[in-house]
Design a protein around this ligand. Structure first.
Ligand code: HMH
Length: 221
């Protein structure tokens, strides 16, 4: 029997694959991704993470008990204190300060995805919000593991090695697993109708994730 989370992925299998095995991801693993594309992506991802942090703040607010509140607070802290730091460090090496990052204009893909998650969370309950956030955290954990398993991936002297290390780190992998476990527990007794609603959110968020890679690859604004 598959878990509810596996059923979410199966309900948009083609979209999930298009996201996790995107050309941007492949070139990143091979170390052949043009630096311009990575820089464009990473700068936009800084802006993404700021709103992503806000979305976890919304999850703190929508928590139904102290356990949920602590879990969302941990995610919020990990994004702002750990993940964002990697972006600031990489950008610092290219001579871009955090003050400059904060001034950047958001690309359409960044606007679409971050505001979609926030709107879904505002409109729905905490489970809707977590399902909208899941492709981000669970997807990146899967992408990291998938890359490590691919023959084309270069681990030594890959300019994007720190990126792969971040998402395959024990901390990130544990956070992603905790998210899957939590969603599975919350989805245990839901109706078919509710499942369909959540599957739609999951699929839409997954498509917006793929667009985010595409934005990086094609340098779109
Ligand atoms: C667009 C995007 N999705 C997911 C993650 C992982 O947190 C990220 N940093 N950026």
């Amino acid at each position: 029997m598959s878990t509810p989370f596996e059923r979410l992925k199966q309900s948009c299998a083609a979209e999930w694959r298009a996201y996790c095995e995107h050309e941007f991801v492949r070139q990143l693993g091979a170390g052949t991704l043009p630096m311009e594309a990575f820089q464009h992506y990473l700068k936009q991802d800084y802006l993404f993470l700021v709103h992503f942090g806000r979305a976890w703040g919304l999850a703190v607010y929508k928590s139904r008990d102290i356990g949920q509140l602590r879990q969302s607070l941990d995610s919020l802290k990990a994004i702002i204190d750990v993940e964002l730091d990697l972006h600031v460090k990489y950008c610092g090496e290219w001579g871009i300060s955090e003050a400059q990052l904060a001034q950047l204009e958001e690309s359409r893909a960044t606007l679409a995805y971050t505001r979609y998650v926030l709107e879904t969370g505002n409109r729905g309950d905490i489970l809707d919000l977590h399902v909208a956030l899941a492709p981000c955290i669970v997807g990146y954990a899967e992408i990291g593991n998938w890359l490590v398993d691919q023959r084309f991936t270069v681990r030594l002297d890959n300019p994007y090695g720190a990126w792969i290390d971040m998402y395959t780190s024990k901390e990130f992998q544990q956070a992603a697993q905790a998210e899957v476990d939590w969603i599975n527990a919350q989805m245990a007794d839901i109706s078919d109708k509710r499942f369909q609603e959540l599957a739609r959110i999951f699929s839409e968020a997954t498509r917006l994730e793929a667009d985010f890679w595409q934005m990086g690859l094609t340098l779109q604004n």
